[in-house]
Design a protein around this ligand. Structure first.
Ligand SMILES: CC(C)(COP(=O)(O)OP(=O)(O)OC[C@H]1O[C@@H](n2cnc3c(N)ncnc32)[C@H](O)[C@@H]1OP(=O)(O)O)[C@@H](O)C(=O)NCCC(=O)NCCS
Length: 124
């Protein structure tokens, strides 16, 4: 984590219940990691972390925010969809776990600032 955070353009937001790490470079940004403690999920923390990362990426000059999510990670996919992310690509068999069948990664993209049309739209 320390090495990652020392990489130019990399930043993080963290609280007691979760964290997000992202990187911005050359007009684009990427969410590298997002996690919320199981005991604290479904209270808006994940959405707040992604929104904070998106705002920061925009201030750093990014016009688009990308991320990868496992095809079967339905909670995360629902979160990102609610914030306005759309699928922009797919990496076949990207995630491997022991002897389990490799899982595709969906590449998602959102323009910045986020303009969610869904229920997680930030209050104005
Ligand atoms: C994905 C994750 C970050 C979501 O964090 P969270 O704080 O629970 O998310 P939020 O409370 O902001 O949820 C926002 C929306 O996402 C969707 N969502 C979140 N968890 C969900 C679940 N378990 N099932 C279905 N939808 C879910 C819902 O639409 C939710 O809105 P709602 O609660 O009003 O219905 C969390 O589940 C997590 O840490 N998972 C393990 C790590 C991971 O998968 N990280 C992402 C890798 S790309």
């Amino acid at each position: 984590m320390a090495e990652l955070l020392a990489t130019p353009g990399t930043f993080a937001f963290a609280g007691d219940d979760g964290f997000v790490i992202a990187r911005a470079a050359a007009g684009e940004a990427e969410i590298l990691t997002l996690a919320v403690a199981p005991t604290a999920q479904r209270r808006g923390t994940g959405s707040a972390l992604v929104t904070a990362a998106a705002d920061c990426a925009r201030r750093l000059g990014a016009q688009f925010l990308f991320l990868e999510v496992a095809d079967g990670n339905l909670p995360a996919r629902a979160l990102y969809r609610g914030l306005g992310f759309i699928e922009s690509g797919r990496r076949k068999g990207y995630y491997t776990k022991g002897r389990e069948k490799p899982e595709d990664a969906m590449v998602l993209r959102a323009g910045l600032p986020l303009s969610a049309l869904g229920k997680n739209r930030a209050p104005r």
